[in-house]
Design a protein around this ligand. Structure first.
Ligand code: ASP
Length: 409
């Protein structure tokens, strides 16, 4: 068995063992949280230098501005189409299953975490694209302005001739070095993932509390998971097969380390180094496509989050006995898509941006209180789908580039 496979199997053991210990020993597993936190911090430490260097190298590899525009356009189109399909699947299932019917909304209150976010709207999302202080954004891990800055910076470097080339080469080396560091960190994945999963399930009260929550809103959990599965197992593989011309099962296996990391960290951004590593090393996606599509995807392409927001909004409507007609559901469709774009790739970001969806559809914000207890779990599921969709996107763009020479120099 080669090194990669051994690591993958050990990581699976880490998740299973973590799940078992968290389930069985509950709160006492919080004592091993530090193992997970250290692993997560090590990944996060690499995110900013990786994004900056990836975007600069990625954009400079795409050649002239028109080709950048074309690849960028096709990438965004892929993000939009898959996000749209995900939301539709969520809406269809939530209308069929009606998980909110008969669930009592009595006593739910607006959680502190989302209080004060009522004003968040479309303008805020657009405004967040630009930062007045790029260093501050790096400190706060606000990824979108960093991506935009790095894209512009890399684009300008390509116009500076020899001197620009020297700078690009510098960032290229930075990128290679950071990827080597990613490899090193991944050796600790099994133990880090064990720490993350066991402590989180333990903190949520272990198996007993989990079952109690399921008993309360099990139908809702089922709806979200079923919709996520349809998207991940049927829709995305179709894109992969038809446009990416790859065997979905094989590709899934090649990306599985990234998907397991997404499940354990609940953060697309923290997973991004691993996603790039799997796509490049295991799946042999061109470096150009990986470096351009994956950091962008980790930030704006969140199929799972969009789907979840739509299901959750309708669940809340059903719970409060509010009828949302076609117009209401169209508003949910649009805002869920936007809220997912605006959500940061960090744990439970979707719960906060959901306020925007509820606000726009005229639904009671207190409904979020009902989702809180189980969100840590659904967050992991939707983050895995987010990362899977980014991975499929990289394969699709890679293939389209080869077929149509989209961004080739
Ligand atoms: N945790 C998700 C991610 O990082 C975002 C969310 O849906 O909360 O992709």
């Amino acid at each position: 068995m080669d090194k990669k496979n051994t690591l993958l199997y050990l990581t699976i053991v880490g998740i299973v063992l973590g799940g078992f210990c968290g389930w069985r020993f509950g709160h006492s597993m919080e004592q091993v949280a530090w193992l997970g936190e250290m692993f997560l911090d090590a990944l996060k430490m690499l995110v900013i230098p990786l994004i900056v260097s990836s975007m600069i190298v990625g954009i400079s590899g795409l050649g002239d501005v028109r080709k950048v525009g074309l690849t960028g356009g096709v990438t965004l189109l892929y993000f939009m189409i898959t996000t749209g399909i995900a939301v539709v699947i969520g809406l269809v299932l939530v209308n069929i299953i009606q998980p909110g019917e008969g669930v009592s909304a009595a006593g739910v209150v607006l959680p502190e975490r989302v209080a004060g976010k009522e004003e968040a709207g479309l303008v805020d999302i657009v405004k967040s694209f630009i930062s007045s202080n790029i260093v501050e954004s790096m400190v706060k891990m606000e990824i979108l302005p960093i991506i935009i800055f790095s894209l512009a910076f890399g684009g300008v470097l390509t116009t500076l001739g020899e001197k620009g080339q020297a700078a690009i080469e510098f960032f290229d080396t930075v990128n290679l070095a950071i990827m080597k560091m990613v490899h090193m960190v991944m050796y600790f994945a099994p133990i880090g993932i064990f720490g993350l999963v066991s402590s989180k399930l333990g903190a949520a009260g272990g198996g007993e509390m989990f079952l109690a929550e399921l008993a309360k809103i099990g139908k809702y959990v089922f709806t979200v998971i079923a919709a996520l599965l349809i998207h991940a197992v049927v829709v995305l593989p179709l894109f992969l097969k038809i446009l990416g011309k790859r065997n979905p099962l094989e590709y899934f296996k090649q990306m599985s380390e990234a998907i397991l990391t997404a499940f354990s960290t609940a953060s697309s951004s923290a997973t991004m180094p691993v996603t790039i590593d799997c796509a490049e090393e295991n799946a042999k996606i061109s470096r150009k496509a990986c470096l351009f599509v994956l950091p962008l995807g980790a930030t704006v392409n969140m199929n799972g989050t969009a789907l979840y927001e739509a299901v959750a909004a309708l669940f809340i409507a059903q719970m409060f006995d509010i009828q949302l007609g076609i117009t209401g559901q169209a508003i949910v469709f649009l805002t869920a898509t936007l809220a997912a774009i605006g959500a940061a790739g960090i744990p439970e970001a979707g719960l906060v941006t959901m306020v925007m969806v509820l606000q726009a559809a005229g639904l009671p914000l207190e409904g979020v209180g009902m989702l809180l207890a189980i969100d840590w779990f659904l967050d992991r599921c939707r983050t895995s789908v987010n990362v899977w969709s980014d991975s499929v996107g990289a394969a699709v763009i890679d293939q389209l580039e080869k077929d149509y020479n989209l961004g080739g120099k």
